[in-house]
Design a protein around this ligand. Structure first.
Ligand code: ADP
Ligand code: MG
Length: 213
């Protein structure tokens, strides 16, 4: 299809959004065609689904409903935003994608990676990222960073106990074993500058190899 589909993954407070915003600005300055987006959301229908998923009042949400809503939002976002951008050869930087579903719903909510992968296959039809950067950080460090960030609104997932976030991290670590070629791990517990530089060189390397094809 052309283009380059890059996703960032990892727990809350790992620094994904901060690094992605900075990197996007830098790559645009270099003259690249960049599409910055996020999941769940990125386009109108998916942002509406996002509100339902993250609403603090929706405490009765069933895990399978949650998994299906994420997959539905993913489908619409892919069709409306990601695929057209890939077709014109753009570089897509997406904050979360299928791996979050596999870690959060598959492992932490205990639906099973296989089952969640299957419903996501229905949604994505084999369109997987070319590169995924996984931000690994100790759960407590991540939660402390979020607590220190006053400007950030608390969502339904933030209300989960520490144990849930530990399972999420375990889930991401299982995915590293499962997709070693696609997922690149970054130690996100280090200072922001170090994390940023490492992510930037990895992404630039991917852009260069894409241009050589
Ligand atoms: N490497 C880092 N060291 C210290 N603080 C960080 C680091 N990366 C991000 N932060 C801070 O942590 C908070 C959460 O970062 P954010 O990018 O929103 O994480 P995420 O998108 O992964 O949930 C922000 O206040 C951000 O400034
Ligand atoms: Mg974020």
């Amino acid at each position: 299809m052309g283009g380059l589909f890059i996703t960032v993954e990892g727990p809350e407070g790992a620094g994904k959004t901060t690094v992605l915003n900075k990197l996007g600005d830098e790559l645009i300055k270099q003259g690249n065609d960049i599409v910055m987006t996020r999941e769940p959301g990125g386009i109108k229908i998916a942002e509406q689904i996002r509100k339902v998923i993250l609403d603090k009042e929706n405490t009765e949400m069933d895990p399978r409903t949650e998994a299906l809503l994420y997959a539905a939002a993913r489908r619409q976002h892919l069709v409306e935003k990601v695929i057209p951008a890939l077709k014109r050869g753009a570089i897509i930087l997406c904050d979360r994608f299928i791996d979050s579903s596999l870690a959060y719903q598959g492992v932490a909510r205990e639906l099973g990676i296989e089952e969640v992968y299957l419903i996501n296959q229905f949604a994505i039809q084999d369109i997987m990222p070319d590169l995924t950067i996984y931000f690994d950080v100790d759960v407590e460090i991540g939660l402390e960073r979020i607590a220190a960030n006053q400007g950030r609104e608390v969502n339904r997932l933030d209300l989960e106990k520490k144990d849930f976030h530990l399972k999420v991290r375990k889930g991401f670590r299982q995915l590293l074993d499962r997709f070693p070629e696609r997922i690149y791990e970054v130690d996100a517990s280090r200072p922001l500058d170090c994390v940023y530089e490492e992510v930037k060189s990895k992404v630039e390397e991917a852009i260069l190899s894409e241009k050589r094809v």
